[in-house]
Design a protein around this ligand. Structure first.
Ligand SMILES: *[C@@H]1O[C@H](CO)[C@@H](O)[C@H](O)[C@H]1NC(C)=O
Ligand SMILES: *[C@@H]1O[C@H](CO)[C@@H](O)[C@H](O)[C@H]1NC(C)=O
Length: 468
């Protein structure tokens, strides 16, 4: 008896899912043929995406309630369009980096209450609730969580005060943002690959003590993702209603794209850097090739940090780079630099040379075919350096060159002495945790490059530009 019920339930579920898929495709096709389409994601893509993430042990939960007509519009104050609403709630909380939800249906957002409600059109489903940190890294535990709730029925839902026909993306700032690496890796990149499916027809909603300067700093990139002003949900007393909402940003990796996971379209890192070049009006889409243009010396930007992790023998390094055939400029990148001034400057170079740190993020503005030379200080930092900047550089179509310094090139040898555990046993510092590691290797260390040794890396960089 039980198995009969079970198998019927299963059949019912499969039929239900197929029905939803069909209805969804129909609605999608109708929208497409009437020219009013906003939903560009296909169900097929959504399912593939879901399978991919389930494949890595995620516990995504999918609820499909079927395509249900809105029974009583007045009662539930649904968004303006009156076609069938499919309620579909998918929340993921077990991926390595991010928590996020994809919500389809009658979705109501209350910024001041940090809550997002999905309102089913009739009383049937169970109540389900998630706490989603809308910053893309779950590890940013100082960012509050949003209550995402699928209500049991239409009653008790807050009445909409603003109704939108376009889809929405909710994301948090704070977290690690404000650091230029995290601005790009945690916010701009995931926003880019999530929003592409909508053209620019998407409403961005931001929350968590939003600093106006952040939105101002990246306004050109944000404007290229959405034609609408970003809505700040902090203290927002409206009930904003949408048919489709993504809560939180999903990171595929620390700084990168897994093309198969991009909803609706296939994108990779070169698409992201092309997008940035378009957003900032950067002219150069290819690095100089000295083999083809012998009179033009490739340009190398040497990034000096302030006040730590500096190159102590800057002038010798500049001379060596010039001898290798580069035209060299030294830049002191400031944290408050305007991106729309800095991006064109970086784009005028063919190579970047710098000590490991957020300044390396400028690689996104280099023309493809260019070179990133990352000098990795003492302290077993090479993995971090490679994951944050090296692998992304390769994926962007740049040549990545890593230069591990020797003990003799580190200022720590002099300041701590040769017997200090920080010199003899970096693992012991790692075991003491991030704060110790940061304090010793990232704030107290400067570097004096061994010019003879480093010249080999410079030659390799020039060789790459010649042969690209
Ligand atoms: C969010 O959920 C928690 C329970 O997990 C609840 O105590 C809190 O009141 C909820 N906040 C809102 C605004 O609904
Ligand atoms: C730098 O060091 C790491 C391990 O310490 C090594 O895997 C990598 O190959 C080194 N890179 C270079 C260019 O020497």
């Amino acid at each position: 008896m039980k198995s009969w019920v079970q198998s019927h339930l299963n059949v019912g579920l499969i039929v239900g899912v197929l029905f939803v898929v069909l209805t969804y495709l129909l609605v999608w096709q109708q929208a497409a043929t009437t020219g009013g389409t906003r939903v560009v994601t296909t169900v097929a893509q959504w399912l593939v995406d879901k399978q991919l993430s389930e494949g890595e042990g995620s516990s995504e939960k999918v609820v499909t309630n079927g395509a249900q007509q809105i029974v009583d519009k007045q009662l539930i104050q649904a968004p303006s369009e009156t076609e069938a609403v499919t309620t579909k709630v998918m929340c993921s909380t077990e991926e390595r980096l991010s928590d996020y939800c994809e919500l389809d249906g009658d979705v109501r957002i209350r910024g001041r209450a940090w809550s997002v409600d999905v309102v089913p059109p009739s009383w049937s489903s169970e109540r389900r609730a998630w706490k989603i940190r809308p910053y893309s890294r779950r590890s940013a535990t100082h960012v509050d969580t949003l209550n995402v709730t699928q209500l049991q029925g239409p009653g008790g839902a807050p009445a909409c005060t603003v109704t939108y026909s376009k889809p929405a993306i909710i994301f948090a700032l704070g977290g690690y943002s404000g650091n230029v690496f995290h601005d790009h890796a945690d916010v701009l990149l995931p926003l880019f690959y999530l929003s592409r499916q909508y053209g620019r027809e998407v409403q961005l909603l931001v929350i968590n003590r939003v600093q106006p300067w952040w939105l101002g700093k990246y306004r050109l990139a944000l404007r290229a993702m959405s034609r609408y002003d970003v809505v700040n949900l902090d203290g927002d007393t409206h009930v904003r209603c949408f048919r489709r909402v993504t809560v939180g940003l999903r990171l595929h990796k620390d700084f990168g794209i897994v093309p198969e996971r991009v909803p609706g379209v296939r994108l990779a890192m070169p698409d992201f850097t092309r997008f940035l070049r378009e957003a900032y009006g950067l002219p150069r889409g290819a690095a100089a090739n000295p083999a083809r243009e012998p009179r033009r010396r490739p340009r190398l930007m040497l990034i000096q940090r302030q006040p730590h992790r500096r190159f102590l023998n800057e002038r010798e390094i500049v001379r060596a780079a010039e001898e290798a055939g580069f035209e060299v400029a030294v830049t002191e990148l400031r944290i408050d630099a305007a991106v729309d001034e800095q991006a064109p400057l970086v784009n005028s170079f063919d190579a970047i040379l710098g000590l490991h740190g957020a300044g390396m993020t400028n690689e996104v503005f280099l023309p493809p075919g260019g070179v990133l030379i990352q000098v990795v200080p003492l302290g077993k930092l090479d993995l971090m350096a490679r994951v944050e900047y090296g692998e992304p550089a390769t994926e962007m179509g740049l040549k990545y060159l890593c230069y591990n310094i020797t003990v003799q090139e580190s200022s720590l040898l002099e300041t701590l002495g040769p017997d200090d555990p920080a010199i003899t046993d970096p693992d012991s510092v790692h075991r003491r945790g991030w704060a110790a590691l940061y304090d010793i290797y990232l704030t107290k260390q400067d570097v004096r490059l061994d010019i003879a040794r480093f010249s080999l890396t410079l030659a390799e960089a020039m060789d790459h530009l010649r042969r690209q």
